[in-house]
Design a protein around this ligand. Sequence first.
Ligand SMILES: [Zn+2]
Length: 461
Amino acid sequence: MPNKHEITPAASLPRPEFTAVGVHAPYADPLGAQAVQLEDMRQYQLLEGGQMLDSARRGEQIAATKRLPGEFNSTVGRAVAGKMGKVMTSAEVQLANDVHSYRELGQRFMVQGENKSGPIDAGLKAVRIHLRELTSEQSDALDRYMKSTATAFFKNNKDADSLIGNDSWANWLGSASDKQLMNFLQWHNYVLGSQRHSPELHEEVERQRAMYKRDIQEGVEQGWLGKDALKAAERTDDIDVLVGDQFDTILQGRTGYHFRGTPRVVVMQGAGRTHKTRIRDARNNINNTLPHELNHAVLATAANRPRSPLAERWIDEALTEHISAVMFHGEPDIVKPAEREDDQFVYDAERQLLDFLLNHGPQKVDAALATRAYSGDAEEQQEFYDALDRAWGTRVLPKVAAAIEKYETLSNAPAGIRGQTAAVLSVLGDLMDAPPLVFGARYEQPKRGELVGASRRQATS
Ligand SMILES: [Zn+2]
């Protein structure tokens, strides 16, 4: 049977070194957010016949102007896109306008944009500050996006390269004129909006949703998902899937994300020179990332229980990604990324640690206990905790969590995702070297023994 998930990986966008899917960080004022806010200005401009605005005074006028309905005569609005840009076609203008009429986003960013000096000036200023504050990893990710995608923004493809020379796009955009920066934001909005409204991508999401529900059913039948997982499958239809801004996804070190307790997941937009290649790239992103994010959104019953040991980020992500890998390729008992076929190596460190705890302690613990606990009820969760504690002869998950936290808070620990990964690897190293480093000085390892808690049902092959 052909692999039902199979789509040729495009890899048109190289991933940054620390790609992590679905970090649950607070919404961090992405550049794209500011860009959407600035659509107010665009709308006004279009009706003005494509003239760029030139002063804060005009900005204030627009701030006082009522939001306009999402329809306009697009021939009126051929945006003259500044001296670096091209003239947008009517079709492109239409799409960008759709972004503007995305009511929820508009309201959200209007609130963020409230500022005494007027929303447009404040918005552009915030964008410039944001660009200057990018880390070198984020700046590299922006350069890759611009290199693969922004050439379409210029009259001819050579312009983009000759324009910045050896400089970074973050620097160039950060010191670009208001017109150029506005033009870039509009263009970026158009790229994002045209994907959000792409029927092809909507179709892909529905296709993935249906496959995902079948995968859950299979997992329950094969015994590696919990009893409640079928109820979770029903919730899949209620999940809102949104194509996410590059600035809010890959520049934040993630290809998608989900906020705990909300029915919305976000998957990174596509990159590429033409609309067609961008759609293909976005399809691949949806294909690669959506099962992981849906796992968080509908399947992870344990992570949503208060004070659950499975709500710890390291094991939540390890299991989320493991289950998504099993949905792609099967083999529910193989947790170690290096032992899997065609693994995406996402949350690699976290899964290595989980594999070590399951398979390299004094006694082995069946991986199905962990995946059932992730998706199951309180009883199934307790079953997993007990098996793990029995295998190691101590309270495993709380002590591992404390050890990770200790490494994360060291003064020389790297920040963000890199710090979390480093802490997980440090704890794994300690467990390999000397488990008392993690479990306490008086820890004594129990004797080696049999598999703890073998599957109640026959696991899949
Ligand atoms: Zn995740």
